[in-house]
Design a protein around this ligand. Structure first.
Ligand SMILES: [Zn+2]
Length: 313
């Protein structure tokens, strides 16, 4: 079985007429129920992440500012990012989901894979600020749970969202315990993610960026991802794999559109599972990041989750 984290509480982050809106998850969950995938999963209950632990990846000043902003009713906190009065609690629930999944997989429960259908996304969130629809960096907080509480010294974060995961890269730039691989459209928002960005200090060489130009064929994209991921994982030898799974590289995504088709998320998922199997006893936590065509997103997640379930059964 696969752990599936979903909750109607994620819909309370009200962004109005914004591409990152509740409708995304409404359509995804409805589709997974209709295709009877939800009943093949174990859906745990979990707690939102506490503020003390958020401070592992975010400055206390930023967390206080974010809370004060949502208490005043929300609005546009950054040029691309809109929040409502519930948004802090919703982000805490998203980060809590990733951390709960990390705990369960590392406890050696029967499940080896998890999918967190959370919002808002998190991989652009900075230590000291919201950015690009993101408030808290959930995947970074999940990696910190693994290194700081479970004392892992080798974690791999894979990020296939169409945008570079700049917040995650920053979080572990000098941290040799957490490897970060991002494949993304480039040049593109947020501007970072060139192939000469490889980490610094103790983290030198533990960041790998795979910038992909618009117009690259699906075959080239898949070959690049699969080959480079395998080689990178062979160096990192992760005990746990975390995945920032954005689906905005789909050809019909209104924001990202890198030309991928729905079925391409099957081999992408298989490549990450292969690395998890080889090094991490199959342990993989996947977290939804981008994907802004709700109908297309639902189809992509169906393929992703089916691949996880078929692998884990
Ligand atoms: Zn994205």
């Amino acid at each position: 079985m696969t752990l599936l984290y979903h909750s109607p509480d994620f819909l309370a982050h009200d962004t109005g007429r914004h591409p990152e809106r509740a409708e995304r998850l409404v359509q995804v969950v409805r589709h997974l129920e209709r295709t009877r995938l939800v009943e093949r999963c174990h859906c745990p209950r979990w707690k939102p992440l506490g503020e003390a632990e958020m401070a592992g990846s975010h400055d206390a000043d930023y967390l206080a500012e974010l809370q004060a902003f949502v208490r005043r009713g929300g609005g546009r906190i950054e040029q691309d990012t809109v929040v409502s009065d519930a948004s802090f609690d919703v982000a805490a629930l998203a980060a809590g989901a990733v951390c709960d999944a990390v705990d369960r997989l590392l406890a050696g429960d029967t499940e080896r894979t998890a999918l967190c259908l959370a919002r808002p996304p998190g991989h652009h969130a900075l230590r000291d600020g919201a950015m690009g629809f993101c408030l808290l960096n959930h995947i970074a907080l999940g990696a910190r749970r693994a290194t700081d509480q479970h004392e892992l010294d080798r974690v791999l974060i894979v990020d296939w969202d169409v945008h570079h995961g700049n917040g995650t890269q920053d979080a572990f730039w000098e941290d040799g315990r957490v490897g970060f691989l991002s494949i993304h459209r480039w040049p593109f928002y947020p501007g970072s993610g060139a192939d000469d960005e490889t980490g610094g200090g103790a983290g030198q060489g533990t960041t790998l960026n795979l910038p992909i130009e618009f117009g690259t064929s699906r075959r080239e994209y898949l070959d690049c991802f699969t080959t480079r991921l395998h080689d990178f994982a062979d160096r990192i030898r992760p005990q746990l794999v975390l995945l920032s799974a954005g689906f905005d590289s789909h050809r019909d995504d209104p924001i990202g559109s890198l030309g991928l088709e729905t079925e391409d998320f099957i081999p992408l998922t298989e490549a990450v599972l292969a690395v998890a199997d080889q090094f991490a006893e199959g342990r993989l936590v996947s977290l939804l990041e981008g994907g802004y065509n709700p109908g297309v997103l639902a189809g992509c997640i169906e393929q992703h989750l089916t691949t996880l379930l078929d692998h884990d059964s």
